[in-house]
Design a protein around this ligand. Structure first.
Ligand SMILES: *[C@@H]1O[C@H](CO)[C@@H](O)[C@H](O)[C@H]1NC(C)=O
Ligand SMILES: *[C@@H]1O[C@H](CO)[C@@H](O)[C@H](O)[C@H]1NC(C)=O
Ligand SMILES: *[C@@H]1O[C@H](CO)[C@@H](O)[C@H](O)[C@H]1NC(C)=O
Ligand SMILES: *[C@@H]1O[C@H](CO)[C@@H](O)[C@H](O)[C@H]1NC(C)=O
Ligand SMILES: *[C@@H]1O[C@H](CO)[C@@H](O)[C@H](O)[C@H]1NC(C)=O
Length: 304
């Protein structure tokens, strides 16, 4: 064998054995497991392109408080270079995002045991932050396979008297607990107090509702200026938590497609799919894919 052909012969295996794992299994401390994937061809095809792991950008450099307080004093700064503000934001960490037609929402956690995923909409109002509404919208596929959980409640706030949820669609509003009302939000949340203060008699209407209402009517049609959402309402009823302590965000409840992933995992593989046909692939190693399972079943620990 000539030296050249030897190199050509060794090159592919050298390259492949040193390549990265096909499917990353975490992003920003959040475990990525079936049915999710952050690399194309990983996880279940139904969840393709729903999650992405992107770099987040640090805010513009702010000098440490010690150098700020020193800046006027007679004490010379010990490390003047620290205080030089950088004009370009630096990529620091990555974050996991859930992509929907209305935007990317930061994933706070994924609980594989209860099959739930919690996301946070940074532009939504909470008990302490008042922000103009923007629609939260999922695709039809997403509403079918990973809809907001039944214990996620949306609160439509400052609805006009013409709002459909105060008139024809009144029945879409509910009280999720006898002890918690919309008025409590106007009374106890620093962000929503303004609505109570602005009105002479009664605060403007508000409506506790489910995601389905937002799915069929945009915030403009609903004619409410703000919204918030919170989850784990069963817990907050039981523990009688005040709105300030509610868990703000959206909890999604996903279904696990039945594609025979168990068999692949038990054989030591990672479930994925062919990016062209979307047929199931059992990824055994960076160089070996199989259709159903990997060959190393004998390496599995035998039960005693
Ligand atoms: C195995 O399948 C994954 C997912 O489709 C793909 O990214 C990878 O390139 C495949 N590897 C081989 C060796 O075919
Ligand atoms: C720094 O000096 C300015 C005026 O020169 C003054 O207004 C400010 O309060 C001072 N800050 C500190 C931290 O001493
Ligand atoms: C990932 O999500 C972020 C946040 O929505 C978005 O800005 C970015 O473009 C997305 N990247 C990819 C590759 O989809
Ligand atoms: C409350 O809603 C009304 C319209 O119904 C709007 O004019 C008003 O600006 C809203 N209040 C706030 C504080 O956004
Ligand atoms: C919810 O509770 C409020 C205040 O207790 C009450 O006025 C309202 O009629 C109740 N709504 C429903 C749909 O039961």
């Amino acid at each position: 064998m000539s030296p050249i052909s030897l190199i050509l012969f060794l090159l592919p295996s050298f390259y492949l054995s040193h390549s990265l794992p096909v499917c990353r299994d975490s992003c920003a401390d959040i475990q990525i497991d079936y049915p999710f994937g952050i690399d194309d061809g990983c996880g279940a095809p139904l969840y393709r392109n729903m999650l992405n792991c992107s770099a987040t950008f640090a805010p513009l450099f702010t000098p440490p408080s010690s150098s700020i307080s020193n800046s006027n004093s007679s004490t010379p700064m010990l490390t003047p270079t620290i205080a030089t503000p950088s004009t370009t934001p630096t990529a620091t960490a990555s974050a996991l995002f859930f992509q929907t037609p209305s935007g990317g929402y930061k994933v706070e956690s994924i609980d594989y045991a209860s099959r739930t995923l919690t996301i946070y909409d940074p532009s939504m109002s909470t008990c302490t932050v008042l922000q103009p509404h923007h629609d939260f919208l999922m695709s039809d596929l997403q509403s079918a396979i990973i809809p907001p959980s039944p214990d996620t409640v949306f609160a439509l706030i400052n609805c006009s008297i013409d709002s459909p949820v105060l008139n024809h669609y009144k029945s879409l509003c509910f009280n999720f607990s006898a002890d918690h009302s919309c008025d409590e939000l106007y009374d106890s949340c620093t962000s929503f107090k303004i609505f109570g203060m602005l009105s002479n008699d009664t605060p403007p209407a508000c409506c506790f509702t489910s995601y389905n209402t937002l799915k069929f009517m945009s915030m403009n049609i609903l004619d409410c200026t703000h919204y918030t959402s919170f989850f784990d309402v069963d817990t907050l009823i039981k523990e009688d938590e005040k709105p300030l302590d509610w868990s703000y965000g959206i909890k999604l409840s996903y279904t696990l497609p039945d594609t025979g992933c168990d068999r692949c995992r038990k054989s030591g593989g990672t479930c994925g799919f062919d990016v062209e046909t979307e047929g199931m692939v059992c990824i055994c190693s960076p160089t070996i894919n199989s259709t159903r399972q990997c060959g190393n079943i004998i390496n599995q620990p035998l039960s005693p």
